[in-house]
Write a protein that binds this ligand. Structure first.
Ligand SMILES: [Zn+2]
Length: 462
């Protein structure tokens, strides 16, 4: 089956809406750009991805603890971290229709290296050199303003009671700042020994100039970040270990390895030692899924001088005090969610018809098992099916009961949301005590399983 990249993207977006994974935000009011809502199936998948991450990054490890810091923090944090000055993207505006473009990304699409770390001067030069190739995505004209760097921190008036909003606070632009500023609290309350990590999942906000590519670049999004504190000499060794660990963790979600690759950052921020991204093969090509960075002691140094508090670790044996170095793993929930959907989306032929299915690994599927009575209008089938639903629901969550429409339609619905197993109660179940049929999502094959073995049969496969 041939399909172009846009087709695939459209099909996934349409499935997300149709089956309750993702809805455009504020849709009945015409939408609100750069934010999305996760529906009943979406929130299940999202939670499964977060649980998986937490399990790998916190629970499976003795050297990492969790944290849930607040979205609002002292504005001084964003001064010390450099965000109020440096957290900006290069933007130009179409003079004809006021559409804004993110210049580094537009240049990248032309195969020219540019990024948000370049100075206004550098990026204006590149923009001028390539102006003849750049059209407004909306009106197609070529009449742009100069490139200006636009700060993407989202401002609020929390705690600011001046009419002019002259001392704004910010919605956090990244979750890791909450980790850095709690370094001392964790150290003093938990007494971890180096190396150790602090992990956090939470929302972050950025005023993206051109929110785009569905869930890829959002203005409100959720991050999963782990900051790992090391002795200076151990930084690069721990960095290599973390790279390997994250690769394994992502593969364990069932993503195909050929759709992943490493990409080294060409243009590092001045304090970083090395940075790699794990990229996923999205419908438009390979793009960032998560980053693993060796950050030196920049973050704790900035907050030590910003706050005037010593953010150091004291070695028990040598009594030596030093600022630990940090290696970081930083990913986005919705980006991973999107990659998982792209990877799981399949079309095949079944019963002479095209079928859409999500080949999700059973452990992350939103619904694990669907239970059907063969016919809706036979009380004996429906009662038995409800009894089996009750039995399964005690042991496996979530399980769904469906008697709506014919059985083929019910299978189709479950295939589209990625339910790995459908259990059907038919006349043989009640008349001959012949067990139930269990249908496998990927093969469509059915197997008879005695009711008494059903729970252990399903548990062994989920
Ligand atoms: Zn325009």
């Amino acid at each position: 089956m041939t399909e172009n990249k846009n087709d695939r993207m459209e099909k996934i977006v349409s499935l997300c809406k149709r089956r309750g994974f993702v809805y455009p935000s504020s849709e009945i009011y015409g939408g609100f750009a750069g934010v999305y809502d996760f529906g009943p199936m979406g929130v299940e998948l999202e939670n499964n991805l977060k649980t998986h991450w937490w399990k790998w990054m916190v629970h499976k490890r003795q050297d990492v603890v969790g944290l849930d810091s607040s979205i609002f923090m002292s504005p001084q944090i964003w001064e010390a971290s450099g965000h109020t000055k440096g957290f900006s993207d290069p933007m130009a505006e179409c003079k004809e229709c006021n559409t804004r473009i993110r210049v580094d990304k537009v240049l990248n699409d032309l195969g020219i290296f540019a990024d948000e770390k370049m100075s206004e001067e550098e990026i204006n030069k590149l923009f001028d050199e390539n102006k003849s190739k750049i059209k407004c995505p909306n009106c197609k004209k070529q009449n742009f303003t100069k490139v200006r760097k636009f700060n993407v921190l989202v401002k609020s008036n929390l705690g600011d009671f001046t009419e002019s909003n002259s001392s704004p606070s910010y919605l956090r632009g990244e979750t890791c700042q909450g980790i850095y500023v709690n370094f001392k609290n964790v150290l003093d309350s938990q007494h971890p020994k180096l190396p150790f990590g602090i992990a956090q999942i939470g929302k972050a906000f950025r005023n993206e100039i051109s929110a785009r590519q569905f869930l890829f670049r959002l203005r409100e999004f959720e991050q999963m970040e782990m900051e790992y504190f090391t002795r200076p000499k151990d930084e690069m060794g721990e960095y290599e270990k973390l790279k390997e660990y994250r690769w394994k963790a992502i593969l364990s979600l069932g993503i195909k390895e050929e759709n992943l690759r490493w990409k080294k950052h060409d243009n590092l921020v001045f304090y970083a030692k090395e940075a790699y991204d794990i990229e996923y093969n999205f419908p438009w090509g390979f793009d960032e899924l998560e980053g693993i960075h060796a950050r030196g002691n920049y973050d704790l140094t900035q907050h030590s001088s910003g706050s005037g508090k010593e953010l150091v670790y004291q070695d028990e044996e040598t009594n030596e005090k030093f600022i630990p170095h940090i290696v970081e793993s930083s990913g986005g929930v919705s980006r991973l969610f999107f990659a998982i959907l792209c990877d799981a989306y399949h079309e095949d032929e079944m019963g002479g018809e095209t079928r859409i299915l999500l080949k999700l690994k059973p452990s992350i599927a939103p619904i694990k098992v669907a239970v059907f009575p063969l016919l809706k209008n036979k009380p004996e089938l429906v009662n038995k099916a409800k009894e089996i639903f009750g039995l399964l629901n005690e042991e496996i969550q979530p399980v769904t009961f469906d008697d709506n429409g014919n059985i083929g339609k019910r299978y189709r619905r479950q295939d589209e949301i990625g339910t790995p197993f459908c259990v059907t109660i038919d006349f043989e179940t009640i008349e001959k005590d012949a067990g139930v049929t269990v249908r496998n999502r990927d093969t469509g094959e059915q197997e008879r399983v005695p009711v008494i073995e059903l729970v252990s049969y399903l548990k062994s496969k989920i």
